[in-house]
Structure formats: C-alpha cells, structure tokens
Design a protein around this ligand. Structure first.
Ligand code: SF4
Length: 228
C-alpha cells in the first residue's frame, strides 16, 4: 500500500492551487479534508454502489474543478468495455465518456469491425477533467486507476479495447510504450485487453491509422472467438 506523506500532500495541493490561479492560500484551505484523503479501497459491492462512490469521489484534487465525474451509467450486462484516458471539456459538461468531438471518429473505428460505441461499457482511467493545458499527474492517475480495477471486478467484461497511453501505464507494472504492447492480447483477471492508439492521436498522426486497423482486426478476431 502507498505510504502517506503529509508534506508531499500539502506541497502537491499548493502547486495545484497555483495552477488554478490562486496567488495566496484560500482562507478555508485548512478545512479541506486534505489529511484524510484515501484512495478507493477494493471491496465487494455491485455496480450501483460503485457508481455512487465514483460520482461523489473527492480522492484527488481534480474534484475541485470538475463539473462532474465522467462515467458511463449504463452497465446493462455489457461484455465489452472501452477504456480511454481522461475527460476533455465536452465530456466534463456531458458527464459521458467519449461524448465530445471524438465520438464520431470512435464510432467510425468501431463500425469498421461491425461494432458500435453503444455495445461497450465506456470508462476513463482518470474520471475528472484536469485543468486546461495539462495532463493528469501521476498521483491523480494512481488514485483514480483503482476505479478501473473495481469496474472490471464488478462488471467482468470479457473483452476490453484500451485507447491511448494511460491504460498501458496502469495495467503494466513496468514502464512500457504503447507502441511496444499494442495489438497483443493482454490478460487481466478474466478479461482480454487490446491496447491501441487513441482516436485523438490518430487525428493528429494519420500514419497510425494502419496500426489501429490491425489492432481492431485482432480485437474482432478475439470477439468472434469469445462470442462466436
Ligand atoms: S479523478 Fe478520480 S480519484 Fe480524482 S476525484 Fe475524480 S474520480 Fe476521484
């Protein structure tokens, strides 16, 4: 279990306030439950309870500026799961993963293998939007990733399509690049995961389209083997 370091917590929080534009500490600063923050422990409960816990989560500083936690409320016994990285502005507004500009590109990708977004339970490694212009920090990823593991534990998806770098970071113990693991089935509990590039990355780097297509074909082959 990760050790708790109060000094590190306070410094991280001060840095965060600075990013938000504060030049001095707000007067209610010391009433924040800073010293009592906990990561989400794994325990046995159903999806509704998990959803409730995630929606009210304040385990990292991102909860202070989010409009809402971005999470798919529609479980409906889906056996397929999509995992993305972190919310953008549109997802922060809608509360729904993959609801922004990327939705159309993602839908096209999935339709190319005869599936659609609605076939998947959708989730993100980090569920609250970081401040504009920065990526989620390691501590935020480490805190929030527990929810992905709990979602998988509760929902038991058979097949997972993971998009972008952050999913690689949380499933592998060692630092590996997405390009080195993409397209190769990875087992986690009773789920098979295929990692591939995020559609946002593809829009900026069209050269990876072919690699994504290869990964999607592998995903479809596994899908047919499992559900055939
Ligand atoms: S990013 Fe994750 S851990 Fe942080 S407040 Fe949001 S739901 Fe909780």
């Amino acid at each position: 279990m990760k050790s708790f370091n109060p000094l590190r917590e306070i410094l991280t929080h001060l840095k965060y306030l600075q990013e938000l534009g504060y030049s001095e500490v707000p007067k209610d600063y010391f009433s924040f439950p800073l010293l009592y923050r906990k990561t989400s422990e794994t325990s046995d409960f159903g999806f509704e309870e998990l959803l409730k816990r995630i929606k009210s989560c304040t385990s990292c500083d991102l909860h202070r500026i989010r409009k809402q936690v971005v999470i798919d409320p529609n479980f409906n016994n889906k056996s397929l799961m999509l995992i993305g990285e972190y919310p953008d502005r549109e997802e922060d507004f809608s509360g729904e993963p993959f609801s922004g500009a990327i939705k159309e590109t993602l839908q096209k990708m999935l339709l190319s293998i005869g599936l659609k977004k609605e076939d998947f339970y959708c989730s993100l490694v980090v569920k609250c939007k970081p401040p504009a212009g920065r990526l989620p920090e390691d501590e935020e990823i480490t805190t929030c990733k527990n929810y992905i593991f709990q979602e998988i534990k509760v929902l038991k998806p058979k097949l997972i399509l993971a998009l972008g770098n952050l999913p690689v970071k949380i499933f592998y113990d060692e630092p590996l690049s997405l390009s080195s693991v993409r397209g190769s089935p990875f087992r986690y509990r009773n789920s098979m995961i295929i990692f591939t590039y995020h559609p946002n990355y593809m829009l900026k780097n069209p050269a990876v389209k072919r690699a994504i297509w290869e990964d999607l074909k592998t995903f479809k082959r596994l899908y047919e083997e499992i559900f055939g």
